[in-house]
Design a protein around this ligand. Structure first.
Ligand SMILES: NC(=O)c1ccc[n+]([C@@H]2O[C@H](COP(=O)([O-])OP(=O)(O)OC[C@H]3O[C@@H](n4cnc5c(N)ncnc54)[C@H](OP(=O)(O)O)[C@@H]3O)[C@@H](O)[C@H]2O)c1
Length: 465
């Protein structure tokens, strides 16, 4: 048997340290050998919860099945891991030590009879690995990571940037990800469009982290199913929904009124709901649908919810834009997409996303004194129901290169949860990195066009209320 025993002290409350470590999927963020980890049983982490952890070996990988044997909140967790070559019992205890938390980590490895004679040979390397892992855990919990800036500075180029939209872009990008140990337990997060796709994946990831969610959906049957699935898979019961068709300003207005009446501070607002409309269509209120859903709706919702954002300690707004915006220049006169025969759903969509990006920058500037951080992200290309229905040919050709909804949603979750994501405002992100907002000179708008956008949206909001 080989026993590794390490301790670490971190300046974090014991509850946050326990929550981070007992969610053993975080092992992929700090353990020096863990490559991937997932929880394989539904619900809260408790006795009986299982995790699968894929670890690197000097040659190849090994998959360990972990089982929680003992769990006493803020005190101890014992996990037993099994693979073909060995089994391991991890005993992790937590103690308050002044303003610090002390973590005591003991791992006892028992090797299979065929490997046992080689134990002495492994010992030194394993001790080194144990030290490195607990150092990694302390570093993750210290949470002092800088913001990642893009590696490739210099000329703006469309093609290399677009190649990063694929799942390969995500897989290269994630090599630079830092651990995300900040606690969002009990934070109130509002997400629009969470019945499917990126919104659902975001809701699931944030629910696992203990956030209180208000999900905005338009279809009651889908909303009931989503809430039921989210609650049972994450064990988080603090998830509710509000019904609203966000392309209708009357629904946006009544949603704002309802949430304001309820009065709960909003820590994070995620403007995610979206769709691509082909052919051109108008709402019953007479607004072109892309304009209504992708721009006027998040404008009115965010402006309307600003008093609740201001009530939070460190509020954040996250606008979901699209790489399609790189092809479009802000032109306020075209935002209602009255192009007649020439109407294209993709162009209409990209125009509204470009305008939402400009709005992100303008809000960030104007709301800095209120302490509201406003950022945008684009998810690359992710295989969601939206892409399946609106872009079937694109999906057919690109399928092998599309990201999963979870990969597409990763930066939304990071913008909502990571400490360092609250340090900048008015930026565009892809894969947790700040990206350029223009890749072509011809898409740069003038200062006059930006202020025209603000006037236009303010007028439109008044005339449709
Ligand atoms: N997937 C990508 O590759 C990609 C790329 C760039 C940007 N984006 C952006 O990412 C966001 C999420 O996209 P997705 O791919 O996850 O799309 P999705 O699978 O179609 O999901 C969109 C969500 O928005 C909701 N929604 C649509 N219209 C609505 C309305 N009028 N009122 C209320 N909710 C409405 C949908 O609800 P229903 O289920 O009721 O339809 C659904 O929950 C969008 O803003 C999209 O523009 C996606």
């Amino acid at each position: 048997m080989i026993v590794l025993h390490e301790t670490a002290e971190v300046a974090r409350p014991i509850g946050e340290v326990f929550a981070y470590v007992s969610d053993f999927t975080t092992t992929a963020e700090w353990d020096s050998t863990a490559l991937r980890a997932r929880q394989t049983t539904p619900g809260d982490v408790t006795v009986g919860t299982e995790f699968e952890v894929v670890c690197a070996l000097p040659v190849g990988t090994v998959t360990l099945q972990y089982h929680v044997e003992t769990l006493e909140i803020d005190d101890i967790i014992v996990l037993r891991g099994v693979c073909n070559f060995f089994h391991v019992t991890d005993t992790i205890t937590f103690r308050k030590s002044g303003r610090q938390t002390k973590v005591d980590y003991k791992a006892m490895f028992t090797f299979s009879p065929a490997i046992r004679p080689l134990e002495g040979f492994f010992k030194v390397g394993m001790e080194k690995m144990g030290r490195k892992s607990v150092e990694g855990l302390a570093c993750a919990l210290e949470d002092q990571f800088p913001l990642s800036l893009p590696e490739r500075e210099g000329r703006e180029k469309l093609f290399p940037e677009v190649s990063l939209f694929t799942r390969l872009g995500y897989h290269f990008g994630r090599k630079r990800f830092h651990p995300m140990s900040a606690s969002i337990k009990g934070q109130h997060i509002v997400i629009t469009g969470s019945s499917a796709g990126l919104g659902y994946a975001t809701a699931k990831a944030l629910a696992r982290r203990g956030a209180h969610l208000t999900l905005v959906m338009r279809d009651k049957a889908k909303a009931d199913a989503a809430i039921e699935a989210l609650q049972s898979s994450t064990g988080n019961k603090e998830i509710r929904y509000e019904l609203a068709d966000l392309s209708l300003m009357r629904d946006v207005e009544s949603l704002v009124k309802k949430l304001r009446r309820r009065g709960h501070a909003i820590d994070v607002l995620i403007n995610n709901a979206g769709a691509l409309f082909n052919p051109r269509a108008e709402t019953i209120e007479g607004l072109e649908k892309s304009f209504a859903l992708l721009l006027l709706s998040p404008y009115r919702l965010t402006e309307g919810l600003k008093p609740l954002l201001k009530k939070a300690t460190a509020p954040r707004v996250i606008n979901i834009v699209s790489g399609g915006m790189y092809t479009q220049k802000l032109d306020v006169d075209t935002l209602q997409n009255d192009d007649g025969e020439k109407y294209s759903g993709s162009i209409a969509y990209a125009r509204e996303k470009r305008a939402l990006m400009v709005l992100t920058e303008e809000w960030a500037r104007a709301w800095a004194e209120d302490g509201i951080v406003v950022n945008a992200m684009h998810p690359g290309w992710a295989d969601t129901p939206g892409v399946q229905s609106a872009l079937p040919e694109f999906r057919c050709v690109m399928r092998a290169l599309l990201r999963s909804p979870e990969e597409g949603a990763d930066t939304i979750v990071w913008l909502a949860a990571a400490r360092e994501a609250g340090l900048v405002s008015g930026k565009l992100f892809l894969d947790r990195e700040i990206r350029k907002t223009h890749l072509l000179k011809k898409t740069r708008e003038s200062v006059a066009e930006r202020s025209k956008l603000l006037d236009f949206l303010s007028d439109k909001a008044d005339t449709t209320s």
